[in-house]
Each structure stands twice: as structure tokens, then as C-alpha cells.
Design a protein around this ligand. Structure first.
Ligand code: ADP
Ligand code: ASP
Ligand code: MG
Length: 456
């Protein structure tokens, strides 16, 4: 039993979907395929939603363009008999999106619920295409509407899944299709709330969908197919010499993802780890590469150290009125929880709670809750850099050398998010890329020195 998730670049066009079909055909046993929208489509739909209120004609024209992209991909099917049905389905999804565009225009602006409804079209289109391509290649495939499977709360844009309801739906809808030897195909990222309204799990959330479904199925492995050879020791767009990590613990993978390693949505790990299901990150362009295996046993490579960075952060500081008391920190944390502030990392003191959060956080709700007992200050324009790995735990000198690299750069917060195997620093945006490259270089040369010492 396997769940295979393909990201936006791995379903971007007919060629990519052809590679997906080969990968799925090469896997034995029960297979469930979870797909993202075609690369760039979610961004485009978000832009269309933004356009709808002030220029509905432009929004509809742009939507037609996105539909045509999908219709063109469908044109590459080998058996033309399937075309009319698929074409009608693709156009039906576009009509639904057009109604949403009209609703946004009529309301004079968008809302999180309308945006979710609109952007869900991306995964509905892609999953219909992928199911058709699998069938076209002679692989019995069954498309299932992911909104009937992934049940969530009503928090549009960042909905929280209801595992129990999702598990029930997987038993009712997915398992019977697998039992008939069909490959099940679902869109990632999307679900439905308590009122059946369409919800989404947050950007990059198809990984999370795959992990949830994998956990509900008690899959043997969850495969995340993307455009790089696995999880690398740094973002390859930032660091040229980044290398593939062969194995990672759940905890280290989650820390790297939380601190910006975009290759994996940070919430992916939790459902997989809860049921001890390995996650493997693989390259859909180079399927014979082994990728990165993430499981409970941890890194096979004790000497590894990786660096990630996450931009767009703000430092939120709650400072006690007066000198604070033993209850200050817990009141501060309770206020953060009640205001639904997602904390990335933080420091706690008797009279100060400082946390790094996404800069798009709604701070007003927190101000209302906390201003009675604390001053609330927000500093934006920050990024976090995080080094992760067994090497950091085994060799404390690495932490010292990381601090030495900072020179006169300002540090707004220091934390050890994954215990001794991680070090996170919140710094000014302008310092972040240089710092990632320097930390990575320093770890890499340290590692090379060790390897030389062992060899001689
Ligand atoms: P997908 O569309 O397949 O979900 P994403 O764009 O979300 O793919 O994630 C893959 C990208 O993540 C890579 O192309 C790479 O640029 C970026 N990335 C950032 N950090 C890392 C890392 N440590 N290892 C691998 N890729 C990373
Ligand atoms: N299509 C969604 C996004 O672009 C979800 C995903 O790709 O995982 O965020
Ligand atoms: Mg992704």
C-alpha cells in the first residue's frame, strides 16, 4: 500500500504527467495518487480572485487562459475517445470557478471562503487530468473528489483536518476502490468544512493531504515526488554545493520544513510519524535516484548538518506591565493560543515572551487579548535561519562556530527548536541568504576535515 504525491512541477504538462504514469505503473500493490495543481495554477487563481472585484472581464479572460492550458494538456491523450468526457469535466470545473469569480465581483471583494472555492479548481483540474492519463495508459484509475475525503474545520485558507472524519471517508470511499485494484487519484490541498464548504490546507498543502491519507490507509510508504533529488543540505537555489541527505529523522525533517525547506510542507510529518509510516522524497525527473527516506530511526548519516531559512517573519514580544510574576508566561502563551497565532519558535522569560511568527499574522486579536497585562510589540522584516543535524548534537563546537559567523549581524532570537540537534536564529531579512551560505560552507568544510582526519 503506497501513497504517491506529485507536486506542481511533476504534473506541469503532458510530458510531466507521462513521467508520473510511468512511475505509478512501475509500483506494485495498492496505489493512491495525490496531485497538486499544475505548476503556477494556484498562484494564477489567487491573482484572478484578486482581480475579480474590480475587473471581472479581465478575471474571466484569465480564467479562460488557465482552462485552455488544461484543455491543451488533455489534447496529448493517446486515445481520442476519452477526450469529450474529459473536456466536459475540465470545462465544468471552469464554470464553477467562473461562478465564484462572479460571486466575488457581486460582493465587491473576496473572502477566504470564496478564495478557497476558487483555488480548489487547480487540484480538481489536475486530478481529473491525471486520472484520465492513467486510464489512457491502460491503468484502471478511479478519480475521487478529495473534498468528500479530507474533512476539516471551517478555518479557510489554513483548515485543520478532522482525522476521525477523514479516516471514515477513506474507509468508505478510497479502500473499496483500492480493493477493486484501481489506482485512486485525488487532488491534494483541498477538503471540506463542517458546512460542506470547500477548504484548503495552506500553501504547499498537498504533501499534508498525502500524509493524512497515507496515515488513514496505514500505507507502507508515502512518496513525495518533486523536482529535486530529495531533501538537500540547503535550498539548492540559495547554496550551490547542497547535497542530498539519504536519511532523516521525522523530527529533523519537520524542523527543516518548519524553517523553510519548501520541499516538504511542515505538517506532513505529524500524521506519518504518528503511525510510523516512512516518507520518501523523490525526483520525478530522475526516478531511479534513491531520494531521502524519513522515518523514526533517524539519520543514518550522523555527521550531517543542513541549513534552512524562512523569510517573512515578525518578532512578537509581550512584555509584562511592571515586573511580571510566575503566571505571566502562561497568560502570554494562552493569549497567543486564543488569538490563533501560530508560533514558529520563541523564548520565554519571567516578564517577557518573544515569539517569531509569520508577518501576515492578525495581530489585532492578540493585542485585544493581551494588552490588559502586557505591552505588545511587533518587529517585522525578519527571517529565521535554522541549522539541523546529528552533527550539531555531537559536536557542540559547531554551535560556537555558527555564532562566530554572525560577526556584527543582529540576532533577534536564539532557540534550540529540535533539542540539541537544531539551532535557530532570527535575524534581519538582509542577512539571511549570506548567513545560510556561510553556515553551510562552514559545516561542509568541517565535515571534509573530519573525513580527511579519518582517512589519514
Ligand atoms: P512541489 O511543487 O513538488 O511540491 P516545491 O516547489 O514545493 O515542489 O518544493 C521543491 C523545491 O523546494 C525545490 O525545487 C527547492 O527549490 C526547494 N527547497 C528548499 N529547500 C530545500 C531543501 N533543503 N532540499 C530540497 N529542496 C529545497
Ligand atoms: N497547489 C497548492 C499550492 O500551490 C498546493 C500544493 O502545491 O501543494 O500551494
Ligand atoms: Mg510543495
Amino acid at each position: 500500500m503506497r501513497v504517491l504525491k506529485f507536486g506542481g512541477t511533476s504534473v506541469a504538462d503532458a510530458g510531466a504527467i507521462g513521467r508520473l504514469v510511468e512511475i505509478v505503473a512501475g509500483r506494485r500493490g495498492c496505489r493512491t495518487v495525490v496531485v497538486s495543481a499544475l505548476g503556477g495554477v494556484t498562484d494564477r487563481l489567487l491573482a484572478i480572485g484578486g482581480m475579480a472585484a474590480h475587473d471581472i472581464r479581465a478575471a474571466k479572460a484569465a480564467l479562460d487562459g488557465v482552462l485552455e492550458r488544461h484543455v491543451d494538456v488533455a489534447g496529448a491523450l493517446a486515445h481520442p475517445g476519452a477526450h469529450p468526457m474529459l473536456d466536459a469535466m475540465l470545462r465544468g470545473i471552469a464554470r464553477g470557478a467562473e461562478h465564484t469569480v462572479e460571486a466575488i465581483a457581486a460582493a465587491g471583494g473576496t473572502s477566504p471562503a470564496l478564495m478557497d472555492k476558487l483555488i480548489a479548481a487547480g487540484e480538481l483540474w489536475s486530478s481529473r487530468l491525471v486520472a484520465a492519463f492513467l486510464a489512457d495508459a491502460g491503468i484502471p484509475a478511479q478519480w475521487i473528489d478529495a473534498r468528500h475525503v479530507v474533512h476539516t474545520d471551517a478555518f479557510h485558507g489554513h483548515a485543520v483536518p478532522d482525522l476521525e472524519a477523514t479516516e471514515k471517508a477513506v474507509r468508505r470511499l478510497v479502500r473499496p476502490a483500492l480493493a477493486l485494484d484501481r489506482v485512486v487519484v485525488l487532488g491534494g490541498f483541498i477538503g471540506s468544512g463542517p458546512d460542506n464548504a470547500t477548504t484548503t490546507l495552506g500553501r504547499g498543502g498537498s504533501d499534508y493531504s498525502a500524509a493524512l491519507i497515507g496515515a488513514c490507509l496505514m500505507a507502507d510508504e508515502i512518496e513525495i515526488w518533486t523536482d529535486v533529488d530529495g531533501i538537500l543540505s540547503a535550498d539548492p537555489r540559495v547554496v550551490e554545493g547542497a547535497r542530498v541527505l539519504s536519511a532523516l529523522s521525522y523530527e529533523d525533517a519537520e524542523t527543516l520544513a518548519t524553517f523553510g525547506a519548501k520541499v516538504l510542507h511542515p505538517k506532513t510529518i505529524e500524521p506519518a510519524a504518528a503511525r510510523d509510516i516512512p516518507v520518501r522524497v523523490l525526483n520525478s525527473r530522475r526516478p531511479s535516484e534513491p531520494g531521502t527516506r524519513i522515518d523514526a530511526s533517524g539519520a543514518s548519516d550522523e555527521g550531517f548538518a543542513a541549513v534552512a531559512s524562512r523569510a517573512g517573519l515578525a518578532l512578537l514580544e509581550l512584555t509584562a506591565h511592571g515586573r511580571g510574576d510566575h503566571a505571566f508566561a502562561s497568560r502570554g502563551l494562552q493569549a497567543l493560543a486564543d488569538a490563533r497565532v501560530t508560533v514558529i519558535v520563541g523564548e520565554i522569560h519571567k516578564d517577557r515572551v518573544a515569539v517569531a511568527v509569520d508577518s501576515g499574522t492578525d495581530f489585532d486579536a492578540l493585542r485585544k487579548l493581551a494588552s490588559a497585562f502586557a505591552d505588545v510589540q511587533v518587529r517585522s522584516g525578519l527571517s529565521a535561519v535554522c541549522a539541523v543535524g546529528g552533527r550539531l548534537a555531537n559536536d557542540p563546537r559547531l554551535v560556537t562556530s555558527a555564532f562566530a559567523l554572525l560577526d556584527d549581524r543582529r540576532i533577534h532570537l536564539v532557540a534550540r527548536p529540535g533539542g540539541s540537534s537544531a539551532l535557530a536564529l532570527v535575524v534581519d531579512d538582509r542577512d539571511v541568504h549570506d548567513l545560510v551560505a556561510r553556515l553551510h560552507d562552514s559545516f561542509a568544510s568541517d565535515r571534509a576535515r573530519d573525513a580527511q582526519a579519518v582517512a589519514s
